[in-house]
Design a protein around this ligand. Structure first.
Ligand SMILES: Nc1nc2c([nH]c(=O)n2[C@H]2C[C@H](O)[C@@H](COP(=O)(O)OP(=O)(O)OP(=O)(O)O)O2)c(=O)[nH]1
Length: 131
């Protein structure tokens, strides 16, 4: 089974969190789902370097990475995903979507209304239960 390792940012602007929507995909389970932005770690990169690079590439967003949040291991039908999440902070919500089709800035209590990628649910649950 293929294994994929990614980093993702739980990006806060004051009390709101950035949620981004993936484009249509042949795999239903990931198609048009919301996620925390990020991507694959390249060889020789630390997790933080990878996250910083991905957020710049995907969103043109320069973030301050605050701390490690949660690692999720999730079995999708065709690969196993290991996702390391970090809390991040931005002062402005200004960004450009290069790969995603929509963005929402939501308070933690609003996060559960979205249709999240399954691997993101433990992160959403932890955010909600920690208030
Ligand atoms: N970045 C990110 N990826 C997630 C999350 N949740 C989740 O299931 N994933 C999955 C979707 C993808 O299969 C994989 C991340 O890959 P990616 O976004 O770097 O790349 P991709 O597969 O869309 O495209 P590619 O780089 O292979 O061309 O992890 C999440 O919250 N953030």
């Amino acid at each position: 089974m293929k294994k994929v390792e990614v980093v993702a940012g739980v990006i806060f602007c004051q009390d709101q969190v950035l949620c981004v929507q993936r484009p249509k995909n042949k795999f239903n389970y990931i198609s048009e789902k919301f996620e925390f932005p990020g991507g694959k770690i390249e060889e020789g990169e630390t997790k933080e370097e990878a996250l910083h690079r991905e957020l710049l590439e995907e969103l043109n967003l320069s973030t301050k990475i605050k701390s490690f949040y949660l690692t999720v291991v999730h079995q999708y039908p065709d690969f196993e995903l290991t996702m390391h999440s970090f809390t991040c902070e931005v002062e402005s919500k200004e960004l450009t979507l290069h790969e995603h089709i929509d963005q929402k800035w939501l308070t933690i209590n609003e996060l559960t209304v979205l249709d999240w990628a399954a691997a993101d649910i433990p992160i959403v649950d932890k955010l909600v239960s920690n208030g």
